[in-house]
Design a protein around this ligand. Structure first.
Ligand SMILES: [Zn+2]
Length: 233
């Protein structure tokens, strides 16, 4: 959605009649389709503020309304350039909707807008509060693989699987906790937007969100790893 991904020239006046468009997708004067204005992002595309608590019904309504306006049926008699523009915008609209609909992708996107999304360099390191459980999990995984390779008895396999399943549940509940934490920071972010907090406060919140996202990604990898291992036998 940045300027680089838009192949047409961006301008704040209508490409057809030169009237000011104020960033509208369709010229208020002649109704012709316009490229996204410079600096547009998924939030502004869907007419939303850069906040993290979204009303999903509103999001869906805006998406459907724009999808309908950009539908190829409306461009049958349009120029090739307009047809292409409507296709490009449709595809960007789909990306925007898919991203904003997902609470985690939404935060990642918000952080990426200001270059604040940084995958942790210590990403492979367990969060301190989970160190012990991660250690135990890796042991159980090793044991299961060894037992599998050496043809362990059904009882042994069953015992190891039960241990892994219980670890999986534990990490799934950690994941749910992290999601709640992320939603909590998101609320703080929205409050900061509403109160027009200064840049430093915003940056601090973004750093917190980034840290929670890294922790989330670590735990999600654990959960997926266990799931895959359990699916083998
Ligand atoms: Zn116009």
């Amino acid at each position: 959605m940045n300027a680089a991904s838009t192949t047409v020239t961006l301008s704040a006046t209508c490409r057809n009649c030169s009237a000011p468009t104020n960033g509208a997708l369709f010229c208020p004067s002649c109704g012709k389709i316009q490229p996204l204005p410079r600096g547009a992002d998924y939030f502004s595309f869907l007419g939303l503020p850069q906040k993290l608590t979204l009303d999903l019904d509103t999001l869906e309504q805006r998406f459907h309304s724009l999808s309908w306006k950009l539908h190829p049926d409306h461009f049958v008699r349009a120029t090739e350039e307009e047809k292409q523009l409507s296709l490009d915008l449709s595809s960007q609209l789909n990306d925007a909707y898919r991203t904003l609909r997902d609470p985690v992708a939404r935060v990642e996107y918000l952080l990426s807008l200001s270059g604040m999304r940084k995958e942790g360099q210590k990403k492979q390191q367990a969060p301190p509060e989970l160190l012990e459980e991660v250690f135990e999990l890796n042991e159980s995984l090793d044991e299961l693989r060894e037992a599998r390779d050496s043809g362990g008895s059904p009882e042994q396999m069953q015992g190891l699987r039960a241990k892994l399943e219980s670890a999986q549940h534990k990490f799934e509940s950690s994941l749910a906790d992290v999601d709640q934490e992320l939603a909590g920071v998101g609320k703080d972010w929205d409050a900061a937007i509403d109160s027009a907090a200064d840049e430093a406060a915003g940056k601090k919140l973004m750093e917190r969100m980034n840290e929670v996202l890294n922790r989330r990604s670590y735990i999600r990898n654990l959960v997926n790893g266990v799931r895959q291992e359990l699916a083998v036998t």
